[in-house]
Write a protein that binds this ligand. Structure first.
Ligand code: BES
Ligand code: MN
Ligand code: ZN
Length: 478
């Protein structure tokens, strides 16, 4: 699917964004009775008004200021989604966004909501042609957006569409090897280096965490390394991104209960989709940052040779892990990947993982649980990006006491920490494998939508992508 966002205007469908009701009179060709009609609508709390010009449409969108700037911006994105629905209802193919407000990025925000909402996953529909949305292009009037903003938005949307599609692909297509192949294609298209380790190489590197999760599987694991080196990097040491790539999570021998709990487990590689498509965006935007991304991947199944509760696994770092629940598999993969990241002497590592149901229970679908050892300035920058993009962060503590919960009787650590503080004990497990500034993002609650909400369609959301790209775009330019 291809969504175009450009800076010229060949069509007549147009949305005018205003921030004062009186600005309605500035609209070219608007009649007195139309102005009166619009004012009645605004007085009745209506925000988006449609004028059918018989041949084309004009829409007027009144921005209403909310309690915080972050909320006002989000409301503009949401109305973008509403407008997307209306455009497709009337079978419009193009629309021009015209910003008449004092908010410089209002047009970009509206287009963002519109584009995010317009995503469809139609690969497996035999009636795809018939149900494809008519809308495919957004234009901006000259003063409504800069070329840089338009390029950035266009690439971001492209990356989000790609990540959502990877998440939506079921296991019967997206095995660990296929995921690696897809990542190689992203690298080729955007211009970053991709190296794929196969099972033999994982054995050579003694990646016991990934290999033990893979033992119950009938398909081999992979470890994919991406690297983007710009001509002039502003960071001396690389930033490393890590994404959990469990292409399907049955729980393994600690099998998940069948009733519903496995329905969305094809999405357990959302972290992998997020970081690999972020690499695509980073390379396409040519950000001046040296960035590496790592994706450990396998499915988690209860096959004949599966690892069992009670097993002791030696990780790539040499640390031993007593496995008490084979469903706590994500941390086994991430432990090896985080250890691998040490070789880059990174200035920052950020991992994204659908790691715990506990994170999802704690904050639901309205934010990401994060924790880490990065400095306050970095954490602050992440938090700000979260508010700007409305992909908000809630920081949890990594207090020592939580570490006590994963002490093992027979090995260095165990892979579960009991029922309390589950998102944090998972974080404490990961902390065991780092020696650099690090942030962990648990996206279990936000990565997959079971109902359409605003600009988020059902399925993979790519939630966190805009936050991460916003952070990287602003990185080192405080
Ligand atoms: N992939 C799951 C976490 C998850 C749950 C993601 C629900 C999305 C929605 C993860 O591998 C898992 O099973 N975690 C266990 C850990 C537990 C056994 C310590 C969990 O959260 O129950
Ligand atoms: Mn699991
Ligand atoms: Zn999992």
């Amino acid at each position: 699917m291809d969504f175009k966002i450009l800076l010229k205007q060949p069509v007549q469908n147009q949305v005018f964004i205003i921030d004062e009701e009186a600005k309605i009179s500035q609209l070219h060709g608007i009649t007195e009775s139309e102005t009166a009609f619009a004012n009645t609508c605004f007085a009745n709390d209506q925000t988006l008004i449609t004028f059918n010009r018989y041949g084309y449409f004009h829409f007027v969108f009144l921005v209403r200021t909310k309690k915080t700037n972050s909320q006002t911006c989000e409301s503009i994105r949401k109305y973008g989604a509403d407008l997307q629905g209306i455009c497709n209802k009337y079978k419009l193919t193009d629309i021009i966004v015209n910003n008449l407000t004092a908010t410089a990025n209002a047009a970009i925000l509206l287009a963002e909501g519109l584009a995010l909402a317009n995503y469809q996953f139609l690969k497996y529909r035999t009636n795809a042609k018939k149900i494809t949305h008519s809308l495919h292009t957004v234009y901006f009037t000259k003063n409504s957006a800069t070329l840089k903003e338009v390029n950035q938005l266009s690439i971001t949307i492209d990356a989000i569409y790609k990540a959502r599609t990877l998440v939506n692909e079921p296991l019967c297509f997206l095995s660990a090897e296929q995921l690696a192949t897809e990542i190689a294609a992203l690298g080729k298209e955007a211009g970053f280096k991709v190296t794929i380790f196969n099972k033999a190489r994982l054995e050579k590197e003694k990646m016991g965490g990934i290999l033990s999760v893979n033992r119950g599987s009938i398909q081999p694991p992979t470890f994919t390394i991406m690297e983007y080196i710009p001509k002039k990097a502003i960071n001396k040491k690389p930033i490393v991104l890590v994404g959990k790539g469990v292409v399907y999570d049955t729980g393994g021998l600690s099998l998940k209960p069948t009733l519903n709990s496995m329905d969305r487990m094809k999405s357990d590689m959302s972290g992998a989709a997020l970081v690999s498509c972020a690499m695509y965006a980073i390379a396409k935007m040519q950000l001046p940052l040296h960035i590496v991304a790592l994706v450990p991947a396998t499915d988690n199944r209860p096959g004949e040779n599966a690892y069992v509760p009670g097993d002791v696994v030696t990780m790539a770092s040499g640390a031993t892990v007593e496995v008490l629940n084979t469903d706590a598999e994500g941390r086994m993969l991430l432990g090896d990947a985080l250890h691998w990241a040490k070789r880059y002497k990174p200035e920052l590592v950020a991992d994204f993982a659908t790691l715990t149901g506990a994170a999802s229970v704690a904050v639901g679908e309205h934010g990401i649980v994060c924790m880490g050892t990065a400095d306050d300035q970095t954490k602050h920058a992440f938090r700000e990006s979260g508010f700007r993009q409305y992909e908000r962060l809630v920081e949890y503590p990594l207090w020592d006491e939580y570490g006590d919960q994963i002490k093992s009787d027979i090995a260095d650590i165990k892979n579960t920490g009991g029922s309390s503080g589950g998102a944090i004990t998972a974080g404490k497990f990961l902390e065991h494998f780092i020696d650099y500034p690090w942030m962990h993002f648990d996206i279990a609650g936000v990565s997959f939508a079971t109902a359409k909400k605003g600009y988020t369609p059902i399925g993979g959301t790519a939630y966190g992508m805009r936050m991460l790209l916003d952070f990287l775009i602003h990185y080192g330019r405080a």
